[in-house]
Write a protein of this length. Structure first.
Ligand code: CDT
Length: 298
């Protein structure tokens, strides 16, 4: 069977003045820890190199400083080198500025120091303009363009890998797009504030909605999920933890306990995807796409 140990590296807060080199050193330590536990791949959070800067209204150099113009740049190179040294795969989220000056909320998959795939976040949450009534901003719609790569699936680690980023995990379309292409494991990172200013009555449901979304996505598509939080009190904003490894049955196989740097692992058997896909969710047998036209109507 196609089994491997997979790791999720939850990160505690990254301070506004923490350098990329410092964040990368924390990630390297967790990659070594994961490797020591037999892991073949480790998943890091969304925008893992820096603090979650969309919580502030920024312009000019104060904004552009948060974006990576090369991957890997000098500060991130140690992560690529360690991946090569340990024979490890990793998933990393970061803010990308392209040579053409376009901006994306991006994640990459690297194995053995080599870039295997890239994804750019499609479902950008938040708002475009400064809203002073909020205790903190969520300006992803201002700072990033909608991802232009679709939902690609890559051959990796002996199986089929997909990626998504944070808010994407709440959308069934994300999981279905990946499931339809045969993804067997989905890697994702998130920065989810515990407080949701437009609907604070849902604050107590943030951990529940995280699990509900990921477990449903896994079950309904017969995929594994490796989900990494950036957690804890970051610049006065509480971010949920609860990083997860979820099986194609929807069961939680590992879960982070706190809101600090923490590595969780589980053995994932990629052949278990078929338990779901050959049965209740046999797409070829049971889907009725001729009735789903509304899903893609503009
Ligand atoms: N980073 C990210 O996508 N966070 C959102 C926060 C809620 S919407 C303001 C999320 O879906 O978790």
């Amino acid at each position: 069977r196609r089994k491997l140990v997979a790791a999720v590296a939850q990160m505690g807060p990254v301070a506004r003045d923490e350098t990329r080199a410092s964040a990368v050193a924390r990630m390297c330590e967790m990659m070594r820890d994961a490797s020591g536990r037999g892991a073949r791949v480790v998943v890091f959070p969304e925008l893992a190199l820096t603090t979650f800067f969309p919580r502030w209204f920024l312009e000019g150099e104060a904004l552009s400083a948060w974006f990576e113009t090369e991957m890997p740049g000098p500060a991130v190179r140690p992560l690529f080198e360690l991946s090569q040294e340990l024979g490890m795969g990793f998933h990393l989220g970061y803010a990308e500025r392209t040579d053409a000056g376009r901006h994306f909320n991006t994640a990459i998959l690297v194995d053995g120091g080599r870039l295997l795939g890239k994804y750019r976040k499609v479902h950008l949450p938040g708002h475009r303009d400064e809203e002073s009534w909020r205790p903190f901003q969520h300006l992803e719609k201002r700072y990033f363009e909608t991802g232009d790569l679709g939902f690609p699936v890559f051959d990796a680690l002996g199986g089929k890998a997909g990626m998504c980023i944070c808010n994407d995990r709440r959308w069934p379309e994300t999981w279905r797009m990946l499931g339809l292409q045969g993804a067997e494991f989905v890697m994702l990172g998130y920065n989810t504030p515990a407080h949701y200013p437009p609907a604070p009555e849902h604050d107590h449901l943030q951990y529940f909605h995280n699990e509900l979304s990921i477990q449903a996505g896994c079950y309904q598509n017969g995929v594994w999920a490796l989900a990494a939080a950036k957690a804890g009190c970051e610049e006065g904003c509480d971010l949920i933890g609860g990083s997860l490894i979820v099986a194609p049955t929807g069961e939680i196989m590992a879960k982070a306990g706190g809101v600090e740097d923490e590595v969780i692992t589980a053995e994932i058997d990629l052949d278990r995807c078929a338990e779901i896909r050959r049965n209740i969710f046999d797409f070829a047998l049971h889907r009725e796409p001729q009735t789903y036209g509304l899903l893609t109507a503009l």
